[in-house]
Design a protein around this ligand. Structure first.
Ligand code: CP
Length: 330
């Protein structure tokens, strides 16, 4: 088992599978660490040696541009070695099970595995079968914890705080692991959360969530500080949830007009990838700040913080991160 002797207040624990039960203090510690790592990305040589000698394996059973690349860049900036295992080009195609696959990866010397899988609970399943660290890179409709952490980081950067903000999450809540992780994290941080969606795109049991539910976009986003559009997950929805894409876009798509009228101060987020013209239209004409690419940039430093806190960095090393002269490699 990798070294996990960090002070409890600064350690994430062996795995990051979910944000359920994560305290405001713990989330704030991660965001603070990410702030430190943001500076590394602005150095000429974007590298620090805190995970030298560690190996991270990205194991993505579902497609990804942002999350997989972001973890790879984050790990490399921390000087870890990174391997990407693509199931479609691996022995998974010969019938190897998830359990055997992750045990094999661990036997190869992985200190950490980032797993993305179409099945809810896959990351926890893996964590029960290996001794190395496991990070949930998105499991089915369950959770995407690092996406929510980078969303919170972006909100804090743009608004200065999270506590007391009104955040509207708009769209396909039913299939969204991003929404679930965000509801957990935003409520822990003291934000007021509104979910805006047609009844068909809301999960059962929504009454027990710490949110208010709206079916009309204009009322749902009225006066909000943050509006987060979700991707309509066409690959998970086998049809019947919405009458048509154009009707969905006209009722729930964010436009300059609706934002200026109902949430003029709101910063606009989207986890990506965006279905242009469906969730968001005419972004170029927005007066509202659209922070989608900031989310991507901040995601690298948030994932650096997560990997560092999980995989054996030291707080005193973190304090050194902002000290080297530009271009110097520690
Ligand atoms: N937001 C997100 O998870 O994007 P990718 O699917 O590109 O990783």
């Amino acid at each position: 088992m990798p070294d996990r002797s960090l002070p409890a207040a600064f350690s994430l624990g062996p795995h990051l599978l979910s944000l359920s039960g994560m305290s405001k203090e713990r989330i704030t510690s991660i965001l603070d660490a990410a702030e430190t790592f943001l500076d590394v990305g602005h150095q000429t040589v974007k590298k620090v040696p805190v995970l030298r000698g560690k190996t991270l394996v990205n194991l993505f059973y579902e497609s990804s541009t942002r999350t997989r690349s972001s973890f790879e860049i984050a790990a490399k900036r921390l000087s870890a070695d990174v391997i990407n295992v693509t199931p479609s080009q691996s022995s998974v195609t010969k019938g190897e099970s998830l359990s055997d696959t992750v045990r094999t990866i661990e036997a190869l010397g992985a200190d950490g595995i980032v797993i993305r899988h179409a099945s809810s609970g896959a990351a926890a399943f893996v964590a029960e079968r290996v001794n190395c660290h496991v990070v949930n890179g998105g499991d089915g409709c369950h959770e995407h914890p690092t996406q929510a952490l980078l969303d919170l980081f972006t909100i804090r950067k743009k608004k200065g705080h999270i506590d007391g903000l009104s955040v509207a999450i708009v769209g396909d809540i039913l299939h969204s692991r991003v929404a679930r992780s965000n509801v957990l994290a935003l409520s822990a941080m003291g934000a007021r959360i509104r979910l805006v969606a047609p009844p068909t795109l809301l999960p059962r049991g929504i009454e027990g969530w710490p949110v208010t539910v709206h079916h009309r976009l204009d009322r749902g986003i009225e006066g909000c500080d943050v509006v987060m559009a979700l991707r309509l997950q066409l690959e998970r929805a086998s049809g019947g949830y919405i009458p048509s894409l154009s009707e969905y876009a006209s009722l729930y798509g964010l436009s300059a007009r609706v934002l200026e009228r109902h949430a003029p101060e709101a910063v606009v987020l989207h986890p990506g990838p965006v279905n242009r013209g469906v969730e968001i239209s005419g972004e170029e004409g927005f007066r509202n700040e659209v922070a989608i690419l900031d989310q991507v940039e901040f995601g690298v430093s948030v994932r650096m913080a997560v990997l560092y806190l999980l995989m054996g960095g030291r707080p005193e090393e973190a304090a050194l991160l902002s000290m080297p002269a530009r271009g110097e490699v520690l």
